[in-house]
Design a protein around this ligand. Structure first.
Ligand code: GMT
Length: 377
C-alpha cells in the first residue's frame, strides 16, 4: 500500500509513535510518505520505501501567523495525487485532521478518493482540543475522519466525555514498542560515567511541560537518595526546565542530578537506568514508560489517564495518586532495595512491554488500512 503519514516531527510521543509506525510499515513492504514541516527526529537513516515531503510555509509581511494548515492541506493534495496514496493517516488531531478534511474535499473534486484515519494521542483531546477556540473544528474533523483511533481506552472515554461525537466509533489501538531496539546490554562505560560508584540510576524523560510534573520527579528523587545512593538523569527539554534547573543548582544534591537535554538515542540511555519515573498529571498512554519497560526498567508513575492500562501495579512498577511523592519514593525504595525484588520487577517490566510489541500492534493498523481500500485492491 502507499500510505501517507502526517505527524509532528518533534520528540513528542505522537511524532515518535507515528515515525516508528511508518518505519515498521516500510519494513513490511509498504511505501510510506511522511508529510511534516521538518524531518521526524526518529526517522534515522535511509530506507528505500520511505519518502519525506516537507511542508513549506512561505512567509509574507501580512502574515503574523503563517497559514500552516493551508500549506499542509496543499501538500497533502500534492502527495496523494502524485504518489497514488491509498490511505492518509494523521496523528494528533490538531490541525492535522482538519487539514486532511480540506485535502479530501479538494481531491474529491478531481474524483480522487482518499480515506482518512485520525489517531488521537492525548493533549489534542484532553488539553488543547477541548478548549473552545479549537473544539468546533476538532469535533467536526473527528466526525469526518473515516476512522478514528485512540491510543488507550482512557483516551477513548475522555474523547466521548469532552466532545459531542454522537455515534462515531473510536477504535483503541495501543501504542507499541520495538523490544529488540530497547532490550540491550547497558553500555558499561556510559553507566560508569553517570554513576561512578555504582549508584542506582533513576531516569525521567519528557517534554518538560507542566502536565509532566517534573518537580515531583526531583522531590521523589530527593527522598530516594536519602536512603539509597542514586543519580537522577533528566532527559528532554521544555518550558519547565529552566526554573527546575536553576533550583537544582542550589540544591544539596546538585551533583547527583543531571539535565541531559533532548536525546535521540533513547535505546542507549534507557538500558543504563534502574528505574523510570513518570509522575504526570495525565498521560493518555505513556509511551516513554513503555520504552523504559522494554529496556527492562521498572516504572514508578502516577495512576492517571491510561497509565493503569500499561503498568501492572506491584508487578512491573507501582502507581500512586498524582502528587503523592512520598508514596512514589517509598515504592521506588521497595523495588530498589533488595536485589531479588528488583530482578523480579525488571523481568516483569520486559514481559509486560512484550504485550505491546511492534509485531502485535502494527498488524492492527494494517487491518484498518485494508478495510478502507476499495474491494479487490
Ligand atoms: O506527552 C506529551 O505531552 C506529548 C504528546 C504528543 O502527542 O506528542 O504525548 C501524548 O501522546 C503519546 C503517544 O501516543 C502518549 O504516550 C502520551 O501519554 C500523550 N501525552 C499526554 O497525554 C500528556
Amino acid at each position: 500500500m502507499n500510505i501517507a503519514i502526517v505527524c509532528y516531527p518533534t520528540f513528542g510521543g505522537s511524532g515518535v509513535l507515528a515515525t516508528e509506525l511508518g518505519k515498521a510499515l516500510a519494513d513490511k513492504g509498504h511505501n510510506i510518505h511522511f508529510i511534516t514541516y521538518q524531518q521526524p527526529v526518529r526517522l534515522g537513516g535511509f530506507h528505500a520505501n520511505i519518502f519525506y515531503h516537507e511542508v513549506r510555509v512561505p512567509t509574507y509581511p501580512l502574515f503574523d501567523f503563517p497559514p500552516y494548515e493551508t500549506a499542509l492541506a496543499s501538500t497533502m493534495v500534492d502527495v496523494v495525487k502524485n504518489q497514488h496514496i491509498d490511505v492518509l493517516h494523521v496523528h494528533y488531531a490538531i490541525p492535522h485532521a482538519a487539514a486532511a478534511y480540506m485535502a479530501k474535499q479538494i481531491l474529491a473534486k478531481e474524483n480522487i478518493k482518499v480515506p482518512v484515519i485520525t489517531t488521537l494521542h492525548g493533549t489534542d483531546i484532553t488539553l488543547v482540543g477541548k478548549d473552545k477556540t479549537y473544539s468546533p473544528v476538532v469535533t467536526f474533523s473527528m466526525e469526518e475522519s473515516d476512522i478514528l483511533t485512540a491510543v488507550s481506552e482512557n483516551l477513548k472515554q475522555e474523547t466521548y466525555n469532552n466532545f459531542e461525537l454522537a455515534h462515531k466509533p473510536i477504535e483503541v489501538i495501543y501504542n507499541f514498542v520495538d523490544i529488540k531496539r530497547f532490550h540491550r546490554k547497558p553500555i558499561e562505560a556510559f553507566k560508569k560515567a553517570m554513576a561512578p560508584n555504582g549508584e542506582r540510576i533513576i531516569v525521567h524523560a519528557s517534554n518538560f511541560r507542566k502536565v509532566k510534573r517534573v518537580g515531583d520527579v526531583i522531590e521523589v528523587f530527593k527522598l530516594i537518595a536519602k536512603q539509597i545512593p542514586a543519580k537522577l538523569l533528566l532527559i528532554g527539554d521544555g518550558p519547565e526546565r529552566p526554573e527546575l534547573e536553576s533550583a537544582t543548582r542550589e540544591c544539596f544534591l546538585k551533583d547527583d542530578i543531571k539535565f541531559l537535554g533532548k536525546q535521540e538515542q533513547m535505546e542507549d540511555l534507557l538500558p543504563i537506568a534502574d528505574l523510570f519515573l513518570l509522575p504526570s498529571e495525565y498521560e493518555s498512554f505513556g509511551l516513554a514508560a513503555l520504552e523504559a519497560m522494554a529496556a527492562e526498567v521498572p516504572v514508578i508513575a502516577s495512576n492517571a489517564g491510561g497509565l493503569p492500562e500499561i503498568i501492572i501495579d506491584g508487578n512491573c512498577g507501582y502507581m500512586s495518586n498524582v502528587g503523592d511523592v512520598e508514596d512514589m519514593a517509598a515504592n521506588a525504595i521497595k523495588i530498589l532495595k533488595e536485589d531479588t525484588v528488583y530482578a523480579t520487577f525488571k523481568a516483569n517490566a520486559l514481559k509486560q512491554a512484550q504485550r505491546f510489541g511492534i509485531e502485535n500492534i502494527v498488524p492492527q493498523y494494517e487491518a484498518l488500512y485494508k478495510s478502507l481500500l476499495p474491494l479487490g485492491k
